[in-house]
Design a protein. Structure first.
Length: 300
């Protein structure tokens, strides 16, 4: 039965793991939220709707799963660690929830596109939403996949290590500004929802975390003619960020000659001696389109 979560009924992760004789795995980046009031704030900040379908990445012990399921139509709770999926199912059962499907799989091996399509085929009427606490080692890969799936995903509410979140939100011209910043800024509005201290987790991590709200746009301010190529150009530009754009592009997997790289930059009205972190999203789009034109892929 859906309703308000009773904090007095919530068992701490230390107690739960101890009862099931499970130790958190450092290699999986396992740090479990300790305080239900924080999980409630995260779920509240996500502005979920009753008919939403949610894909939760890294369900863990259900700290986000349970309050999310109480507010939405259905939750796909993805958890890679087979040691704790039984515990997770027990917690969901104890909460009286029947709208959660636990999927024991690494999110990188999950066909997210197929899962989303399957949910739509079942007649899902609401939005498809992503939630989760991402381990640092897979954060970038997950974000890139979500960007590619954005036409089927309304929004994502994700927790990152604070350092990575700061990079995602970094303004142009700063050292933190990079590949993920540009890729997300191209197609989404990203907002810092809250910071979460290291003390809020068990076991305690060495760094703080940040929850970001990512809302994908239905229309783009500027549009790359070939989006996959656009992503390649961004990657190439930042692969050797200390070099000028001309030299970074010429020495990249794009296999451009210095002359071709300079010609494309000039055609895009970008000084070849600039560096990647100085380019706006619109300038990256112009550069990508001109490079594609030079390669006879599409019109510039």
């Amino acid at each position: 039965m859906k309703g308000v979560l009773d904090f007095s009924m919530v068992t701490s992760p230390r107690t739960l793991l101890g009862a099931w004789q499970i130790q958190a795995k450092k290699q999986l980046g396992q740090h479990f939220l300790r305080y239900p009031d924080i999980t409630e704030k995260i779920v509240g900040a996500a502005r979920l709707a009753p008919d939403d379908t949610v894909l939760e990445i890294g369900a863990g012990l259900g700290a986000l799963t349970i309050p999310t399921a109480r507010k939405t139509a259905w939750v796909y709770a993805v958890e890679t660690d087979g040691r704790i999926t039984g515990l997770l199912k027990a917690e969901i059962l104890a909460a009286g929830l029947e709208n959660v499907q636990v999927i024991e799989k690494n999110i990188l091996n999950l066909g997210m596109a197929d899962l989303i399509e399957g949910a739509l085929i079942k007649g899902t009427k609401g939005r498809f939403v992503i939630m989760g606490n991402l381990p640092y080692q897979i954060s970038s890969q997950v974000l890139v996949r979500l960007i590619n799936l954005r036409r089927s995903v309304h929004q994502a509410t994700l927790m990152f290590q604070k350092e990575l979140a700061d990079r995602i939100l970094a303004p142009v011209g700063t050292k933190a500004y990079g590949r993920l910043t540009v890729m997300l800024a191209y197609c989404a509005d990203v907002k810092r929802l809250m910071n979460v201290s290291a003390d809020s987790f068990f076991p305690k991590p060495k760094v703080a975390s940040t929850v970001l709200g990512i809302r994908f746009r239905s229309t783009l301010d500027v549009e790359a003619h070939d989006e996959a190529f656009f992503h390649q150009v961004i990657k190439a530009a930042f692969s050797k960020r200390r070099k000028t754009l001309k030299n970074a592009l010429a020495g990249s997997q794009l296999e451009l000659s210095p002359i071709a790289a300079k010609s494309a930059l000039v055609a895009a009205d970008i000084d070849p001696i600039r560096r990647a972190e100085t380019l706006t999203v619109a300038e990256f789009v112009r550069l990508s389109n001109c490079l594609a034109s030079a390669a006879r892929l599409v019109g510039c």
